[in-house]
Design a protein around this ligand. Structure first.
Ligand code: GSH
Length: 198
């Protein structure tokens, strides 16, 4: 059974939600980040960054929330959380999976720190551009790939929920609100919220 290392009210939300979407059994291992358990040598052997989340699947270990979601989607194809190899929708699926850590995450940090970087140098351009692109992609819906919900919605839905709704770092937009509402309606999202707040 996969082991998911997590802590409440952290970026591990994304990966708990992902596991809950699969319907597969998994073990949640609570990492006491307030006591520094994420920096213990045995945890650093799993994630040398000393952060949650991390995943152990037999001999395989990995970290980074978006990568974990991609791995889990491929590991449980029956859950249909990723377009299969060869499906043309795979292009946009990978685009959005990578867009989250490459563009959305730095854009949020840029807003938070008021960091000024020339937009041609910053890989994410600038925060306004990132959220304009996302806004346009979410106009139609219901999901990033249209009618099919996939792991890229788990990753981007979580980011937007944190940045727009919980921490209010990114200004709300109608398309973001509609999308987050749809994410919130999913039973797996609701089970995850109950765990993270419990
Ligand atoms: N890039 C990582 C970020 C993980 C991360 O920043 N985790 C934070 C909690 S949200 C953490 O573990 N902080 C504790 C620490 O750094 O000591 C991912 O996407 O999984």
């Amino acid at each position: 059974m996969m082991k998911l290392y997590w802590a409440p009210r952290t970026r591990s939300f994304t990966t708990v939600w992902m596991m809950e979407e699969t319907g597969e059994p998994y073990e949640r291992v609570l990492v006491d980040t307030s006591a520094g358990a994420q920096k213990a040598p045995e945890y650093l052997a799993i994630n040398p960054m000393g952060k949650v989340p991390a995943l152990q699947d037999g001999e395989a270990t990995m970290a980074e929330a978006a990568a974990i979601c991609a791995y889990v989607a491929d590991r449980y194809p029956q859950a249909k959380l990723a377009p299969p190899l060869g499906d043309p929708r795979r292009a946009k699926y990978l685009y959005w999976l990578f867009f989250a850590p490459s563009c959305i995450e730095p854009a949020i940090i840029q807003i938070f720190t008021k960091l000024e970087v020339p937009s041609s140098t910053a890989g994410w351009g600038d925060a306004t551009q990132v959220f304009d692109v996302l806004d346009k992609a979410l106009e139609k819906g219901p999901w990033l790939l249209g009618d099919t919900f996939t792991a890229c919605d788990v990753v981007i839905g979580s980011s937007l929920n944190y940045a727009v709704r919980l921490f209010k770092m990114v200004p709300a937009r109608p398309s973001f609100d509609r999308y987050i509402d749809r994410c919130e309606q999913r039973p797996a999202f609701q089970r995850t919220t109950a765990l993270a707040n419990g």
